[in-house]
Design a protein around this ligand. Sequence first.
Ligand code: TXA
Ligand code: MG
Length: 511
Amino acid sequence: MNVMETKIRKIDKNKIDEKIIEEAAEILREGGLVAFPTETVYGLGADALQEEAARKTYAAKGRPSDNPLIVHIADYDDLRKIAVNIPAETDMLAAHFWPGPLTMIFEKSPIVPYGTTGGLDTVAVRMPEDPVAAALIRATGGFISAPSANTSGRPSPTTAGHVEEDLGGKIDMILDGGTVDIGLESTILDMTVSPPMILRPGAITAEMFEKVIGPVDVDETLMSPDSVQAPKAPGMKYRHYAPKARLIIVEGDLREEILAIRQLAYAAHREGRNVGIIATSETLPFYNYGIVKNVGTRENEKTIARGLYSVLREFDEECVDTIYSESFAVQGIGKAIMNRLEKAAGHMTVSAADIVRCQKYRRILFVSGTDSARGPMAAELLRNCDLKQEYVIGSVGMVVLFPEPVNQKVEAIMKSAGMSLAEHSSKPFDTEEVRDDTLILAISESVKEKLSAECGEKENIRTLNEFAGDDTDIPDPYGKPLTEYGACFEILKKLTQKAADRLNALVEDEK
Ligand code: TXA
Ligand code: MG
């Protein structure tokens, strides 16, 4: 239904152009639709007191008309024109949190049409802080109904570009005031019950309300995946904010989450599939496979709130069938972040610990004398095996005085097998490398003895022969002709393949 031209007007909230506001307000007064910025998300505005305008709003969004709209006001006195039986605590709440990201629900007055409230006798009211929103509300006459300006079922828009993607051609105008500040929809507080009840978590939290009016209730259907009751805000029952791909939240402590997502992305890569990963500035460098997007920094959860919907929208443009997301602490705005993430995921979560438990080893280290021939060859051969799990595979030497490239004959043999060690540079062994998650494979019995002498006998220090269950001697080709290097390569190839089979069997066993 792309039938109308959608005007797009840039507007600077620090220097509001009244001519543009007047142009937009006139459209609204005549019953048209104008999307505008608020500090939470972009809203799709209509005159809240015109029944016909509400009908247009539902049509443009493709939204079920039993889902009520929020009425936006700019002056506190206007509340009394649209709501009745306003409880006493409202003044205190408004003094603290209005204008701001708070929506309160009251009994409606007769001037509010049922079209706006989805047939309910209550009305949701918010006073946004964004100066563009406030100016537009005043110029229009005081009452603008506005759901989030997205197509129903897509993430709420945090930029004018998002609004254009969804509603371009379907509405009269978009006021482009740049990227919003908060990025998640307002907290909804039902004032018709006592104590008031949070129906949707947002930037204003239960703890913040408590400081002002004492304890509030929380609609328990909000967070639990298997609640049989319908949530009290009609809109919360829909699977909103849904990305095209399947979204799965990986839950655990952060270190486990990273390891688990790495493993899931690696497993998908082996099957030739690409997955999406929702990561943070801090965790970004840990992922090697998949399409990784940075949602914000863990040092400031507000950046994550601001980035979430944008990242979900970006993934709709990517060719991925599954997105894995790290999870976030459910405190402060984290509660709203996890609420939206869980809704987008349709409450699909997996336990990071369950996935990580299947990984006995995460690193494999080959140890030889000089780390310039057999060790690096074995490491590269193992990297080229079909492994069911992702490992960090490396090599070190017991007697490395300075970094050296591999011997030229080694590189010649590797090249003829379609591999290369040109990037390799020898590294000395360090006892720090001996960790529980590391399998240490000595290239010979004498190397293993040296290791044991330094670190003690350990279950994870083995010779390659022992681990592969094959005692074929690994000859040291040093100083011998190329053919001897070739023979050594063939033996290492057989042993590393057996070691790979053994590692793959370990992964199966643990599952
Ligand atoms: O931050 C926001 O609140 C944004 C901006 C544009 O202000 N608006 C927004 O509107 O998120 P919308 O329509 O996407 O979400 C409104 C939510 C829905 O879940 C709806 O069911 C609920 O508010 N709601 C509205 N009126 C209600 C009422 N009378 N009783 C219970 N829930 C109500
Ligand atoms: Mg919405």
